[in-house]
Design a protein around this ligand. Structure first.
Ligand SMILES: Cc1cc2nc3c(=O)[nH]c(=O)nc-3n(C[C@H](O)[C@H](O)[C@H](O)COP(=O)(O)OP(=O)(O)OC[C@H]3O[C@@H](n4cnc5c(N)ncnc54)[C@H](O)[C@@H]3O)c2cc1C
Length: 403
């Protein structure tokens, strides 16, 4: 396998780099300052609009959907180049591009595609994901929010939780139960819901950090037109799988951070008898291990992209990569914290790099839960890759209303 750019990829990279040099600096987020959610999102929308105008929004999306119609490798090249800048690209953008457009593009009607794709690519519509509920997380198919038909509408009642950025989203992708008389995976239907509809109430969840990225979303007699149903009635689980697969494929980062950490260790005086931290054999060993793991993950990603570009189903490989990334990321950020010693715990306002590391280290924990918890992904790998006996599922063929 050759990891160098082909001549065409090198040309694309040069074009992308030049375009970014001319356009990205005006959109870079200020260092060391946490913006209000609304301000950050406004910047995210503006950058998304600039990407659209430059022809770089939705690189792999077909032109018919408003995308560039490019290859997955071009998307990776662009992400690598874009990753050199600190740009506003939070969940308020990625839920729309990575989840909503993916599911609408695959399961939606031509009218739905026309309504939502271009506006999302331009950053005019932002999205949230209304999947999890108080009793449905890892076991998503256990969800209880229900929709009953009423003429050409559905009436939705229930509660969602952990809805990231729902407080500012215009639309949500939502899965609900439409038939409780069949086994749990079969009675689900997928919708898009206008978050400004009467009966949608979004309550922020205050986090220990003081931020409030998540919400509880209460749905009381919300009327959703049948024209906002995505896919077949009862076909909601297939739509969820499309979203979750896309979420897992999208986890990971193009940024290679271990090289930065090695550089830091090379310039940091540490301990008696060792000129710098990197002179310590224990530090060198830990760095070598972290670098090997980062490279290994990169090559797994390359294998995944090759499969996708050949039209193959990556299946459990997406789960393997998500699992590998989440654990490795947390471990290597922890190594960065250890290298900084006590400074890592008491960084002042001037130590911006350390403050950023602290934030990333704390945040790395959540990646072991979001998009599929470690244990659940391990179960999938055990069953689908290693052929081990399945988890005990006593509810598999039982109608939901008899559980
Ligand atoms: C940062 C972040 C953002 C999120 N954003 C959204 C969002 O926008 N929209 C949304 O709908 N949801 C969102 N979620 C929710 C996320 O999808 C759920 O947290 C996740 O599915 C896990 O569900 P749970 O929290 O209910 O935990 P549970 O499912 O209750 O799991 C608790 C523990 O039990 C373990 N466990 C569960 N089942 C098994 C099993 N069969 N075998 C072994 N162990 C098991 C889990 O691994 C975990 O350690 C977000 C979560 C995070 C962390």
């Amino acid at each position: 396998m050759d990891f160098n750019d082909t001549p065409e990829e090198a040309t694309f990279r040069a074009e992308a780099r030049a375009w970014l040099a001319a356009n990205a600096p005006a959109h870079v987020l200020p260092e060391g300052e946490r913006l209000e959610d609304f301000d950050e999102m406004a910047r995210g929308r503006a950058w998304q609009r600039a990407l659209y105008d430059g022809g770089y929004a939705g690189i792999t999306l077909p032109r018919a959907l408003g995308g560039r119609g490019g290859t997955i490798i071009e998307a990776v090249v662009f992400a690598e180049e874009e990753g050199r800048y600190r740009l506003p690209k939070g969940p308020y953008i990625s839920i729309g591009l990575g989840m909503a457009l993916t599911v609408i593009g695959k399961h939606g009607t031509p009218e739905q595609i026309a309504r939502f794709c271009e506006a999302t690519l331009k950053g005019e519509i932002t999205w949230c994901q209304l999947f999890s509920e108080p009793s449905a997380g890892s076991d998503l198919a256990n969800l209880r929010t229900k929709a009953v038909p009423d003429g050409d509408h559905w009436v939705v009642n229930g509660q969602k939780v952990w809805s990231s950025w729902a407080h500012l989203a215009e639309w949500g992708i939502m899965v609900v139960r439409t038939d409780p008389t069949v086994p749990k995976h079969k009675g689900l239907t997928f919708f898009v819901v206008n978050m400004k509809s009467p009966g949608v109430e979004v309550r922020p969840i205050r986090q220990i950090s003081g931020a409030s990225d998540f919400n509880e979303t209460f749905l009381t007699d919300v009327r959703v037109p049948d024209s906002d149903r995505i896919g077949e009635v009862g076909g909601g689980w297939g739509c969820c799988m499309t979203v979750l697969m896309s979420e897992r494929i999208g986890s990971g980062s193009e940024r290679e951070s271990i090289a930065e950490m090695i550089d830091y260790a090379r310039h940091t005086p540490r301990g008696a008898g060792a000129a710098t931290a990197l002179d310590s054999s224990a530090v060198r060993l830990a760095m070598a291990q972290a670098l090997a793991e980062e490279r290994g993950e990169k090559y797994l990603q390359a294998r995944l992209r090759t499969m996708i570009s050949r039209g193959e189903d990556p299946g459990a490989l997406a789960s393997m990569i998500k699992l590998a990334y989440a654990g490795r990321n947390q471990k290597s950020l922890g190594l960065g914290m250890e290298l900084r010693g006590l400074d890592a715990l008491a960084a002042s306002g001037e130590a911006e790099a350390t403050q950023k590391l602290q934030y990333e280290y704390i945040w790395s924990t959540v990646m072991r839960i979001a998009g599929g918890a470690d244990e659940v992904l391990r179960n999938q790998i055990a069953e689908r890759v290693l052929g081990m006996p399945g988890d005990i599922r006593t509810d598999k063929n039982v109608p939901f209303d008899q559980l």
